[in-house]
Design a protein around this ligand. Structure first.
Ligand SMILES: Cc1ncc(COP(=O)(O)O)c(C=O)c1O
Length: 400
């Protein structure tokens, strides 16, 4: 592994001047090549997609290259990469479209571990269709969501199972292939919210086995966009609301209006940048992503371990991220001070680690944290050990 953190950090302009970003589960900072790719797209002719003009060809090329980049990042087919404003918007759109086929008696399964963006769109769509909503619980002590939890709520009437790829609150990564199989045993559509997962693990839609999956490039050092991808045949028969003259092919059928080409132009640069995180990675972009994302995972896990090892020396701190398999995302609560006050003190030191429930509203309530949530410390490929030392010193001051 050749993970040269100083080289990686030198490519992130936002790190200049010394802020430390532990807020990556909320959004990441942009590498210079990604910014440059977006600026280049805006500096060149750019029109609606067509092969007739230079601007149209640029828009066409940007769209094709952006789909290929997300396909490499998600183990999906480029022709089933759908772009939208956010993962939330795409999930609402997908839920509404799938719900055209739901009726009273059908059952929709959501989990309490998810971000609300993978709960409420399904709940609202189910209620409109007269379908029943079943909530799958998780163990608040261990943070685990197991196949046993899911089996309790999946029945022969289940038409949809929505799963968290990973919890954006406490980091839990469930045994996804096992959970997907439970949904498929009853022929339900299985959707995975991979927004948090894809920021920390190599995602492969085919290996996960899900029908559809959402992610958000802005959690991957990319632009603020949402991406939906699907297994072959999972969305080809769906008929979303669309304008009469807009393309009726997949994926365009699912993309409402003109795409943000300036932002899409950043996606190949993101995939290339992530693929180059490990200087020793060689081969196709997909092969380099295998190596580099594994190296980034190892790097971030080591930083999380550095934090965890320091916690016992801090008075009155409880770590709620406890699942055996989890991302480095660490949720802390404090005996003597609120998480919000700690976040404020850290911000005074230019350390960004926010407090709250982060829209994992059901999970925060199930953990007994109500709306206050906890202090969430997240890691990105560009964090380093010196920043963690700084964070630990600031936590010691805040809790003393
Ligand atoms: C796990 C998870 N799912 C969904 C979302 C929503 O993503 P978007 O902002 O793209 O709608 C987030 C955002 O924080 C998230 O962390």
């Amino acid at each position: 592994m050749a993970y040269h953190i100083e080289r990686i950090r030198s490519e992130i302009p936002a790190l200049a001047g010394g802020p430390a970003f532990f807020d990556s589960p909320g959004g990441t900072q942009l590498p210079a090549p990604v910014i440059e790719a977006m600026v280049a797209a805006m500096s060149a002719p750019l029109s609606n997609r067509t092969t007739l003009t230079e601007g149209g060809r640029n828009a066409e090329r940007i769209t094709i290259e952006a789909r290929a980049a997300m396909a490499d990042l998600l183990g999906a087919a480029p022709e089933r990469v759908v772009f939208g404003r956010s993962a939330t918007m795409l999930t609402f759109d997908l839920a509404r479209t799938l719900a055209f086929g739901w009726a009273p008696g059908d059952e929709v399964v959501v989990t309490r571990l998810d971000h609300d963006g993978n709960i409420r769109p399904w709940v609202i769509a189910a209620e409109r269709a007269g379908a029943t909503v079943r909530f799958c619980d998780f163990d608040p002590e261990s943070g685990e969501l197991t196949p046993q939890h899911l089996r309790k709520v999946v029945t022969e009437d289940t038409v949809l199972v929505a799963l968290p790829g990973a919890s954006n609150l406490i980091g839990t990564v469930p045994d996804l292939p096992a959970l997907v199989r439970i949904g498929h045993e009853v022929a339900a559509h299985v959707h995975i919210d991979a927004v948090h997962l894809a920021a920390h693990r190599r995602v492969d839609l085919a290996a996960l086995g899900a029908d559809t999956l959402t992610t958000s490039p802005y959690k991957l050092c990319g632009p603020h966009l949402g991406v939906l991808t699907a297994a072959p045949d999972a969305i080809d028969e769906l008929r979303p609301d669309k304008l009469l003259p807009s393309p009726d092919i997949v994926p365009e059928r699912f993309e409402l209006g003109t795409l943000p080409y300036e932002l899409l132009a950043g996606l190949p640069a993101v995939a290339d940048w992530l693929a180059g995180l490990d200087d020793a990675a060689t081969g196709t972009r997909s092969e380099r992503l295998d190596v580099s994302l594994a190296a980034a995972e190892q790097h971030e896990d080591a930083l999380a371990m550095q934090l965890l090892e320091a916690l016992p020396d801090l008075p009155g701190v409880t770590n709620l991220s406890r699942a055996a398999d989890r991302t480095p995302t660490t949720l802390l609560i404090f005996d003597e001070i609120s998480a919000a006050e700690v976040a404020q003190q850290l911000a005074g030191e230019r350390i960004q680690a926010p407090a709250g429930h982060f829209y994992a509203w059901e999970a925060s309530h199930r953990l007994g944290l109500r709306d206050a949530g906890g202090l969430r410390i997240g890691f990105a490929p560009y964090n380093d050990a010196a920043e963690v030392e700084r964070l630990v010193r600031a936590l010691a001051t805040a809790t003393s």
